[in-house]
Design a binder for this molecule. Structure first.
Ligand code: IMP
Ligand code: MG
Length: 190
């Protein structure tokens, strides 16, 4: 395994094919998203619902770009079956701490792939009667979609490649990286 802590942007490392989105590009886009969200939620208080663990970095940076009052809450979900294949059967590992009834909820997700996780989450959250429910994702792989899910705020559309970093993991690794990388296929073949 490569020494991740010695890794800098632009350096060649065998675990990664390439940097897909660098720090500056990420932060610039997140600032734009925060400004748009602040504009859209004028006069309201947003409940930011981060989906653990992948959305942690994104939520932390996005929240600091939001100028309307906000609360944080978190959910952790896990899909049954193989780790790399989404089945659509989702298990809630950690539920929200607070009720969202009558609240303006913004789900903050790291990446939408098949859309199955988000489709399930939307159903669960809508049944709790929030005043509004919107979805914000950093990354979107539209080419992999199995179910249509409405996405209100989208950071970047990316190609169908497995990415890590900035909260995203492969077997819990690489979340701490400050950029988004394309993982080399040899890593998940070992
Ligand atoms: P979906 O249900 O297929 O949309 O799966 C979404 C979840 O799968 C995300 O929240 C991620 O945890 C994970 N995921 C999907 N694609 C990637 C990827 O390229 N890298 C890391 N995790 C991913
Ligand atoms: Mg994961």
């Amino acid at each position: 395994m490569a020494n991740l802590y010695a890794l800098g942007v632009g350096e060649v490392d065998t675990d990664f094919q390439r940097v897909l989105i660098d720090r500056e590009t990420l932060q610039r886009r997140i600032a734009e998203m925060g400004a748009q969200i602040s504009h859209d939620y004028q006069g309201k208080t947003i409940v930011l619902v981060g989906i653990l663990k992948g959305a942690v970095m994104f939520l932390a940076d996005l929240a600091r770009q939001i100028t309307v009052p906000s609360e944080f809450d978190f959910m952790a979900v896990s899909s049954y079956g193989q780790s790399s294949v989404s089945t659509g059967v989702v298990r809630i590992i950690k539920d929200l701490d607070h009720t969202i009834e009558g609240k303006d909820v913004l789900v903050v997700e790291d990446i939408i792939d098949t859309g199955l996780t988000l489709a399930y989450l939307r159903e669960v959250l809508l049944a709790r009667r929030p005043n509004s429910l919107r979805v914000c994702c950093l990354l979107d792989k539209p080419g992999r979609r199995k179910v249509a899910v409405p996405v209100d705020y989208r950071g970047f559309e990316i190609p169908d490649e497995f990415v890590v970093g900035y909260g995203l993991d492969y077997r819990e690794m690489y979340r701490n990286l400050g950029e988004i990388y394309v993982l080399s296929p040899h890593v998940y073949k070992t």
